[in-house]
Design a protein around this ligand. Structure first.
Ligand SMILES: C[S@@+](CC[C@H](N)C(=O)[O-])C[C@H]1O[C@@H](n2cnc3c(N)ncnc32)[C@H](O)[C@@H]1O
Length: 246
């Protein structure tokens, strides 16, 4: 059975943070890169747009004691429920484009692995340009046009056909008035095969919600064949950090 993107995240919410529970080093590494690239200051008002469970907002808070609540925005109430309701976070159940066109001014905006869900990217980015203070920074983190994940071939092919290219986002940002820089951040992943296969079985990437149960089982069978003699999977997880400064 295939699910819409909304249904996909509503169903995933209870497992999402568990997928990364044994990956604290990875989360710490990426969070450091986020804080550096955003040049986060104690007084900044930060928006985590498409924050999901707020896993990165929570990690940011452990590294920097921001004076203002982090504004965590996501249309999935079930994902957002995993962000603590306390003085550190303000949760907003909302679509990104809607949020971007409502009043409000912010210093920094983080979009991590969410931009591929937005159809009208120009509308979103124009709205965000207007929401940022002068000198404000938008950081868009996305995966590159090709990935080395140990997935089945059909998943990798579909990925390549649907993933937005960061160069198109750069052009869009420049057209709107942002000054852009692109950095690549690599992390060497070593994960037990069983754990990774289980994540795939649970459709940990929204990409996998494009495959029905039978297609996914066939894909897992292909992966079992490809990796039959290994117990751990090793690959490079590369992230594109697109910095857009106002
Ligand atoms: C892959 S998750 C990333 C979550 C989080 N940023 C992270 O890195 O862990 C993508 C998130 O984008 C959200 N999303 C999907 N469509 C969206 C939209 N139109 N506006 C804002 N967020 C959206 C989903 O609900 C989901 O929580």
């Amino acid at each position: 059975m295939k699910y819409s993107i909304q249904e996909h995240y509503q169903k995933l919410a209870n497992q999402y943070d568990d997928f990364w529970a044994n990956s604290s080093e990875f989360i710490y590494f990426l969070t450091q890169a986020i804080i550096e690239n955003l040049q986060l200051k104690l007084t900044d008002v930060l928006v985590d747009l498409g924050c999901g469970t707020g896993i990165y907002s929570k990690a940011i808070r452990t590294q920097i004691n921001l004076e203002n609540k982090i504004i965590c925005v996501d249309p999935s109430d079930k994902m957002l429920e995993k962000t603590p309701n306390n003085s550190y976070y303000q949760t907003v159940v909302k679509d990104a484009i809607e949020f971007a066109h409502e009043p409000g001014n912010y210093d920094k905006i983080l979009i991590k692995e969410m931009i591929h869900h937005i159809n009208d990217k120009e509308k979103l980015l124009t709205g965000l340009f207007n929401r940022l203070h002068d000198q404000g920074i938008l950081l868009i983190i996305l995966l590159p046009p090709t990935i080395e994940y140990p997935l089945f071939q059909q998943a990798l092919s579909v990925y390549e056909s649907v993933q937005p290219h960061y160069n198109n986002l750069v052009n869009l940002c420049e057209k709107i008035g942002f000054k852009t820089t692109v950095n690549f951040i690599d992390y060497h992943v070593s994960i037990s095969k069983e754990k990774y296969f289980n994540m795939v079985r649970n459709r940990y990437m929204s990409l996998l919600s494009r495959f029905d149960d039978e297609e996914l089982n066939n894909g897992l069978q292909e992966m079992r064949e490809n990796y039959k003699n290994v117990s751990d999977l090793e690959f490079c997880d590369r992230f594109v950090f697109l910095l857009a400064k106002k």
